[in-house]
Ligand binder design. Sequence first.
Ligand code: GTQ
Ligand code: FE2
Length: 348
Amino acid sequence: MSGMANLEELDRRLAEKWISGIWRIPAGARPGDPKTKIQPHLWKWADIHDALLQAKDQIKPERGQAERRTIRLVNPGAKDTEMTSHTLLFAFQLIQPGEVAPPHRHTMSAIRFILQGKGAYTNVDSQKMVMEDGDLILTPRWAWHEHAHEGAEPMIWIDGLDVPFIQSLQVISFEPFPGERMPLSEPRYDTSAYGLARPVTGDNDKPNPPLHYRWKDIYPALKKLAEGEPNAYDGYAMEYVNPLTGGPTLPTLSCGIQLLKPGQRTQSHRHTSTVLYHAFRGRGTTVIGGQEFKWEQGDNFVVPLWHWHEHANTAASEDAILFSMNDAPVLKPFGLYREEAGQPQMGL
Ligand code: GTQ
Ligand code: FE2
């Protein structure tokens, strides 16, 4: 018998016993650089908005049904999971006046970034947070939450979640609230000013309280930042921090907001974190791995890990503002976050 036949025979016998030799892994399957299945991609606002309007009358946010009227951005490289990246999900939610998206909790953490409308609120852990354009609201893991709409026009926001990461750890739990509505407590603290002043008893032992970062506070801070020197790779950029730790927005995901002045371009870099972007204001171009993506208000795109990328505001007189969410918090504690500066790719 030849040596090859012997090896095949060995592999077959091992497989019967649920054992496998490392020699079966081709040498080429060990890349020198991080490799991801996630593809650079851009989703147009018109398509997202159309999808929500089409779902508006057919889907109700009812208990036992979908519970939420949301649509998600599916990365072409993640057709199996229908997620936006291997770690993160961007979904868009629409709620109609008078509707209640029923209360539940889950091991996934969520953020809401508000895009359109007036008069809805989210109740997280019995704290009422009224939603306004540009606000960022946190729903930490396992916190009870419901959404309700007391206004007169449909409201739309982004749901950012860590679903695929939590799924990869196989620790998804979901629980409906025992009751039709959650209680609303008297305000226990100011969810916007928690980092500056918080109660000395009760809630201050929670590592991730529900927090509300209001656009009316963030935007002036961003404009103030833009009076100084920009970051080479991100322009005038801020992170939404956990005021208790100075660390990331939530343990599994972090959010950012960045401004690019008219004509401003950033330098190219890459990192092992993956970033989902939403063009909140203005328009521009982002080059990702040599591919140009033109965006305007409402569009969304993903920068997969280890892909070179650079941004440009292509408008003559309007600021561009990008909201983003990244998975760096699940890399950094294990020393897996790396970044590199690169050469310009943009042929603008
Ligand atoms: O609003 O609670 O997009 O639980 C996905 C799962 C939104 C929500 C989503 C959710 C929610
Ligand atoms: Fe939820």
